[in-house]
Every structure is written in C-alpha cells, then in structure tokens.
Design a protein around this ligand. Sequence first.
Ligand code: ZN
Length: 430
Amino acid sequence: MLKRFPPKPASLAELADYQVAGLKWTVSHAFNNSPFYRDRLTAAGITPDLITSLDDLRRLPFTSADDLAAGYPFALRAAPFADLVRIHASSGTTGKRKVLCYTQKDLDDWQNMFARCYEMAGLTREDRVQIAVGYGLWTAGVGFQQACEKFGALAIPVGPGNLELQITFLQDLQSTVFCCTASMGLLLAEEVNRLGLKSTLNVKKIIMGAERSSPAMLETMREFLGVEEIYDITGLTELYGPGTGLSCRCNTGIHYWPDYYILEVLDPETLEPVAPGEVGEMVYTSLHKEGVPFIRYRSRDLTRLIDGECPCGCWLPRHDRILGRSDDVVIFRGVNIYPGQIDEILTRVSGIGSEYQVLFDHGSDGRDYMLIRVERACNGEALPDEQVAKKISSGVKHTLLVSPQVELLDYGTLPRSERKTKRIFDNRKF
Ligand code: ZN
C-alpha cells in the first residue's frame, strides 16, 4: 500500500535481518566514533563483533536524557563537525536543553520517514498543508515542512498561534490539511464554531503531533471543522523529530517505522520487557542515525505494543497511543494513575466536553483525595449533573479502583492554550 516511501524490508519476515544489520552498524559506528559510547559499551563488556542477532540488543547498556545533560552540548556525538549540517534542541529535564546534531543523511532519512506519514494519511500532491506548529530550534515546523515538500504537496508554513491568521489562510488558500498540536486544533475548532465559519473552510485532514489527545477533543474538531480524518503523528527530538509513526486510519493504534528504529517496551523498574499488551516505557535504538545514534534510549513515554494483523492491511508494527510519561504517573492510594487512563474513562461518558482537570490533594481528615473537574458538553445532550458525575465516578472506580470526587463546570470555563494544556495537578506535599 505504501508505494512512494515504503520500508526496504517488504514484510515482517524480512524485517529481522534488516534490523540486525542496522543494529550491527549502529553499535560499530557508535563504538568507533563516539568516546561516550566507546566507554559505555566497553564498561558493559561489549565490542561490535559480539552483536550477531536481535537478542544481543538486551545485552546493550541503556542511555537516557541524563547522558544528554551530562555531555551537553554535543552529547553522544558520533560524526565529525565537518559532516554535521544542523542542530535541533528541546527542553531538557534538568534545565539544560537537549541538543541533537544531524548529518545530511540523518535529515534525508527523517524526511523519508515523515513523507511516509503523509503517504499513509492518504495525502496527494494536490493537498495544501497548513503548518501551525513551532519553528526554530524545535523539530516540529521544519520537519512538517521539508517532508511536505519532499512528498510534493504545497506547504503553507504559518507557524504556531495566531488564530486569526490561521483562519484567514484556511479560508483564502483553502488549505486541505492542518498540522497542529491537539490543544491548537481544539482552539481553532471552537473559534471557527463561534464565528460560524465551518462552511467556508476546506480542511479534510488534521495531523496532530507533540501532545496526547482525547477522543472527545477529536470529536469536537470533527464536528466544528467538518474534517474527515484526524491523525496522530509520533516522534521525539532524540529520534530525529516528529514523523516516526502515524495513527492507523482504522483507529487501531499507531504504526511505527521499524526499518529506522527498534522499539522495546520495558517495565521502568526492572527494565525487562513487559507482558504483551501491558503498559511499559518506550525504549529506542536507532538503526541508521549518524550524528547522534541512540542505543536503548529511555524515553520515559509509556505505551503498550499491539499484537496481530491490522485491519488496514499494513504489516508495519503498532503501539498504542502514548499513555503518559513515567515521570507523570501519579501514585494515589497505592495505585499508579497515568493521565491517558483518565482520557480513556472520560471518553466513554456522554454529556461532557473535552476539557478536564484532575487534582490530587490532602483532605482535612488527613486522607488524600482526587477531584475530577469536567466541563459540561457544549451543545450535546443535557444530562443531570448527578447522573454524569456518577458515571465518571463509577468509571474511575472500575478502571483504577479508587473513588474520585467529581465537579461539573460550565462549558468553556477551564483554561485552553495553544501549546500543551496541563491537566493533572498533584498538590500533595511529600
Ligand atoms: Zn493499520
């Protein structure tokens, strides 16, 4: 089905050999060209000739954001400066930005991966792609744009924010694809609805990156903008940027590109693979990356692998939506709660909007409590508050085995932002 940007291996059967070759190359390249990796691998007793099968992946040491911070700014670099053509940077966990450097081949590989996303989303060269994400140090804007040009569609690089200009261009240029964060998509949908402009737009598809979205947000975008398809694009700066996978049109998870990287899903505590279908941390090993190769990079993102054949007919493997970060897990009365689980529960409740907040705090009785604040639906069915609250409360109890308090608010009262919206607040003092 992928004709223009297909993976080199043509089936799952051919994939293993292709990945072994990439793994061997990566370990050898890292060992020979990066003092960091030479030390790290040597300490683990690894030399490149020891890598002969995919099972050997499990013998390799891990890398993490801490290694990027420790080696700032050109941490883990494995190519000479003469071969580097660009850097990107994203915020780091310890204050210092993560700086990643790219060779021309890295940029070419990235564009190929990203162009595959456009192909998989069913774009044609006739499409007009309005890009409403950040430019500059961020990988988002330039990633969306260069891949769009490589694919051959028309790029409209508006950049983030500026709702008025976004709407003007959507109308005047009749953009057919809108690329944004989920929060931006929601803001746009609500503004278009408020102004009654839906019939003047021609947006058929939305491609969203950088942020988890809930099905309720997607429904609002479909209804208010009249879009037919919404895709989630995955990626992280460490692994080129966005474009390393795309949600399936059958809504059965995210297909990812195993010809460019190996994805492991591991228990964050034991670092052993989780059982099939269980939630674990996404750990990446790049197969062709020159500037900064990654060996078993711990991303802190949580998801689960999805087994079996996809109804869309694509053999490329799948993982679930990103369910949160292992740093974001809230432990409440002994239960691990991932933000993505709250999204899933609220999606099954009618009569509410897409925006919510979850607050954790100590009560005056010394017990911890969990409060879920949700907006009533904008123009959905009007259900009694008590009934809606009960549905949410029993959903949480059923899934997470804890009982929350629920507060319903008028539509539009919770804060919105163009960037990531904070929804989980843990106010307990430890
Ligand atoms: Zn599929």
